[in-house]
Design a binder for this molecule. Structure first.
Ligand code: GLC
Length: 763
């Protein structure tokens, strides 16, 4: 199957159109209004949840199980003896013509079978907390058909369902109230019973029947592929007071040849029966769907208009203008919570991950960035360290492990908010500490620095603690002595930010400079291995990431971050990045370490990893870490290499190189990692959608390749692009004004803040 046949990007519509339902893995989209969310595949599979997939999950999605990508949001069409779905899945009878398209916050399906054409548009709008499934039907001939919209419900607390379903299912109810199906999750001891909504299912056309009991609707030893009631042509009218619930409606429709009919189905939440009835009344209003969809379109057009570019490389242009900021926004919202790969069961808001996601929200909306960062600051203790994850929606206790990096990411995010806003007011925001008391953001930031200063190891680098950015390094410091050279570089990146802020506040910033210099000496002398920087030091004093070691000799992050932090000599930095190119680069991205480790390194008893070679942190192309190599090469002004690193990892390019059936994941969003060359699955992309790659690749492209960065009193233009790509035009909204910048050469320039609403500049 060639690429062309399987999908097409349609940039004018900001869509990817997918022409076969059986992609190598489900290719997902996220539909959301910030409260009600649905992850939806090109084949109609997926999961909906209200606020939290941990405690308010609506339907079953069977992670890892076969058949893949079940269950989902299906409307069965019974046309004579044939039963099929516009989503293509899950029926055996497929549409004769079919296409799905993922767009900004919506997914649509166009399908045709036996003269009946159906356009189905799925989205979540701002006006109600519901998934809207809007179907337009048109037949070539007069036809009587029956629609059966269906959703398999589940217990809202997914983990409890796995453990306690046999008892708790007796506490579920699902019933029909005035042509609206309602599901009531009344399970005892749930975390937030007063905030748990009812779930509803309703349509704009009258239903002739319904089912609320899944097993009544589907029948025994059947599946969503061939529900018994659909086959029979009628629902059974089952209610459910104890058991496995579902929503199913039976909607008879008479179609006249050539005349279009519309029906909309709503799967939503509201707090009380009365609120459900009002919500459904609202949904059924004549222009509700149109108003909701227009609002969604408007929202994304406005959002994406804040930064866009025109360049010769249309694949890169598409990522920068559409898919990368879209993915980054979804990461900002969902952190690493739920995707096709992540089950949405245990990861709430990660401090480290979310602080990085915030970086890509800042140019779009500092208000949203501030709110999220305030939440993260509430996870900080008086001594300056932070919880690792928190669960603000679920109200659960946080994961309290102390990592060496979490609190330092907060400093970086706060600095960038100030820089975008051009003033320091954010630093005066009062935020509670997790253990006791409150303080300004600036006080929080100072405590971040103080924590690292008071947790240095014997050699003077920051202690690794429970790990730094690299989760695999959790065994380095089990005896409390292992040190992280990378955290030293992260520290070295934020210390100048503290110095700059202190000085702008009229305080003495020299202390930060002195700490920086001391760390820099260590990096230059102790961390340097000859051709690259070492990675960390174990409890027993072993230097990981050295030519002298038999395995894992070179690690990517300490090379790229030497440049980012400005640590080491310029010559060391350049040599280190050349070593990256020589030893780590592949045509599918940069490996994280080389060579990958076996499970006996540094010793069998204390092995650093259980990962197979080439997988995850053990020698895959870790896309998140690749972004920093792009930035480092851009900072070194190596335009061609920076662009090579950037462009080889654009998902559509990587997929083309690896081949669709090897790469497997979506060609429009970044994956967290790609199996590396030491794996027999080299090229297989993993954990797509929710990854720090989204935020950092966006920063790499916009701030370091295009080179448009905020400064206190204007915009810096500092492009680093291959000559063949020039000229490039950028449109960037900055402090309420629009800047149109045409770049003809890689020349650094400063654009003072414009007095006019629009400003045109040629560089
Ligand atoms: C995953 C984690 C992130 C970590 C990275 C490297 O992406 O979400 O927190 O930094 O792996 O280990």
């Amino acid at each position: 199957m060639s690429q062309k046949e399987q999908y097409t990007f349609c940039d004018a519509e900001k869509e990817i159109q997918i022409n076969k339902y059986d992609t190598p893995t489900p290719w997902m989209n996220y539909l959301s209004n910030g409260t009600f969310h649905t992850m939806l595949s090109q084949a109609g599979g997926g999961v909906a949840f209200y606020k939290s997939p941990q405690i308010w999950r609506i339907n079953h999605y069977r992670f890892f199980h076969l058949p893949t990508d079940r269950s989902g949001f299906y409307t069965y069409i019974r046309d004579g003896e044939t039963v099929w779905c516009p989503t293509s899945e899950p029926c055996a009878a497929k549409p004769e013509q079919w296409q799905a398209a993922h767009g900004m916050g919506y997914t649509r399906y166009e399908a045709k079978r036996e003269g009946l054409a159906v356009n189905a548009l799925y989205f979540v709008g701002e006006l109600e907390n519901c998934l809207i499934m809007h179907l337009q039907l048109k037949s070539d001939t007069d036809k009587k058909i029956t629609l059966f919209p269906y959703v398999e419900l589940g217990m809202m607390e997914f983990m409890r369902e796995l453990q306690w379903q046999c008892y708790n299912k007796h506490q579920l109810s699902c019933y029909n109230r005035e042509d609206i199906l309602i599901y009531h999750y009344a399970v005892e001891n749930q975390p937030k019973p007063d905030e748990t909504p009812l779930v509803y299912f309703a349509a704009t056309l009258p239903a002739a029947g319904f089912d609320c009991d899944r097993d009544e609707f589907v029948g025994s030893y059947r599946s969503e592929e061939n529900p018994k009631r659909v086959e029979e042509g009628h629902c059974s009218g089952s209610t459910l007071y104890g058991g496995d619930p579902c929503f199913a409606l039976e909607i008879p429709i008479e179609l006249k040849a050539g005349q279009e009919q519309e029906v909309t189905i709503f799967l939503g939440t509201a707090m009380t029966e009365q609120a459900v009835i009002s919500a459904v009344q609202h949904c059924r209003e004549q222009d509700f769907v149109k108003r909701s969809f227009d609002g969604l379109k408007q929202h994304w057009d406005t959002y994406l208009s804040r930064f866009s570019c025109e360049m010769k490389d249309k694949t890169a242009e598409r990522m920068i203008n559409i898919w990368n900021p879209y993915q980054a926004e979804r990461n900002f919202q969902f952190s690493r919570n739920i995707s096709y790969y992540a089950t949405g069961t245990f990861r709430g808001v990660g401090v480290r991950d979310t602080a990085q996601d915030i970086l890509a929200m800042i140019p779009f909306d500092t208000k949203r960035a501030r709110e999220k960062l305030n939440l993260l600051f509430t996870q900080q203790y008086q001594d300056g360290h932070c919880n690792h994850y928190c669960f603000p929606t679920e109200g659960w206790d946080p994961v309290t492990r102390t990592h060496s990096d979490n609190h330092l990411w907060l400093v970086m995010a706060a600095y960038h908010i100030c820089l975008e806003e051009g003033e320091l007011s954010y630093l005066d925001t009062q935020v509670e500490f997790y253990d006791s008391g409150r303080g300004t953001v600036w006080e929080h930031m100072k405590k971040s620095i103080a924590f690292t200063v008071s947790h240095l190891g014997e050699r003077g680098f920051p202690l690794m603690l429970a790990s730094d950015w690299n989760d695999m390094l959790y065994r380095v410091c089990t005896k409390g002595k292992g040190e992280s050279i990378w955290t030293s570089m992260q520290f070295g990146t934020v210390l100048p930010m503290m110095e700059a802020l202190a000085e702008r506040r009229g305080e003495d910033g020299r202390l930060y400079r002195e700490i920086y210099e001391a760390q820099n000496r260590l990096v230059t002398e102790t961390a340097w291995d000859g051709a690259w920087f070492r990675r960390c030091i174990t409890d027993t004093g072993r230097m990981i990431g050295s030519e002298k070691e038999p395995q894992a000799k070179i690690w990517l992050n300490t090379q790229s971050w030497s440049v980012i932090s400005g640590m080491g000599t310029p010559n060391q930095q350049k040599t280190a990045m050349d070593s990256v190119y020589r030893l780590l680069n592949t045509p599918l991205g940069i490996k994280k370490i080389h060579p990958a480790m076996t499970t006996d390194y540094p010793s069998k008893e204390e092995a650093l990893t259980c990962y197979n070679k080439g997988c995850g942190e053990n020698g895959s192309v870790f896309c998140h870490a690749n972004t920093w190599a792009v930035i480092a090469e851009a900072k070194l002004k190596h335009a061609d290499r920076a662009w090579e690193y950037y462009t080889q990892l654009i998902p559509a390019n990587a997929q083309k190189y690896a081949g669709q059936w090897r790469y497997k994941a979506e060609p429009y969003v970044y994956a967290s990692n790609i199996f590396g060359p030491e794996s027999d699955k080299f090229g297989l992309a993993n954990v797509s959608w929710l990854t720090g790659t989204a935020a950092w690749m966006y920063i790499a492209a916009t701030q370091y390749l295009l080179g448009i960065r905020p400064d206190w009193d204007g915009l810096i233009v500092d492009p680093c692009l291959p000559a063949a790509l020039l000229p490039v035009t950028v449109h960037r909204r900055f402090r309420g004004k629009m800047y149109h910048i045409t770049i003809h050469q890689n020349r650094k320039a400063k654009i003072p803040e414009s007095a006019l609403p629009e400003c045109w500049v040629e560089i």
